[in-house]
Design a binder for this molecule. Structure first.
Ligand SMILES: [Zn+2]
Length: 179
């Protein structure tokens, strides 16, 4: 791994000329990033380093949230209440917030606060108006939870699980109306 603490790597952008062009990957006029002149690290090295950092952050957050028995929140249109009471929250349902009708989320997602969960769902422009229910669960009740980290606020973007959240682990909090 490259020691990135010693200096801030820079990756100069160069335009591919006839000398570099190979007619396949590199075409004349393409713009590419070349390795850092100071240490020889490539943009690919940096990307790998970032990916590793994100994975470690995810794992650390998940452990911490499990330790604390964190509460999680999910908003769903009230018309889904009957289904949630019968089956719980199930991945691969048609999402309420995406414009593409055929796309199905392979996971169920939660926010760590009520307001943030709302921002991710009901508050979206594409989300339907009308009555929405709020559901609460516990991090420890999710199967294989994953935390998506973000470099903002408390560092948690959302929590996802690819597994069903059973009705016994869901608590109906209340309803609000989106106008
Ligand atoms: Zn460098």
């Amino acid at each position: 791994m490259t020691d990135t603490t010693a200096h801030q790597c820079a990756y100069p952008e160069v335009k591919v000329g006839h000398d570099l062009a190979d007619g396949e990957l590199l075409k004349v006029g393409d713009r590419i990033l070349v390795p850092c002149p100071d240490c020889g690290a490539t943009p690919r090295d940096e990307l790998d380093w970032c990916t590793g950092t994100i994975e470690q952050t995810e794992k650390a957050f998940t452990r911490l949230a499990l330790d604390r028995g964190m509460s999680l929140y999910h908003w769903s249109p009230t018309k889904n209440r009957g289904g949630i009471i019968r089956r719980g929250l199930v991945p691969h349902r048609r999402p309420t917030t995406h414009a593409t009708p055929s796309w199905r989320a392979p996971y169920v997602c939660f926010g760590d606060t009520v307001a943030w969960a709302w921002a991710l769902s009901g508050a979206q422009r594409s989300a339907p108006a009308g009555s929405w229910d709020l559901w609460e669960t516990r991090m420890g009740d999710l199967t294989e939870p994953r935390i998506l980290p973000v470099d903002d606020v408390n560092g948690i973007h959302e929590i996802r699980t690819e597994h069903r959240v059973y009705k016994r682990h869901l608590w109906y909090v209340g309803t609000r109306v989106k106008s």
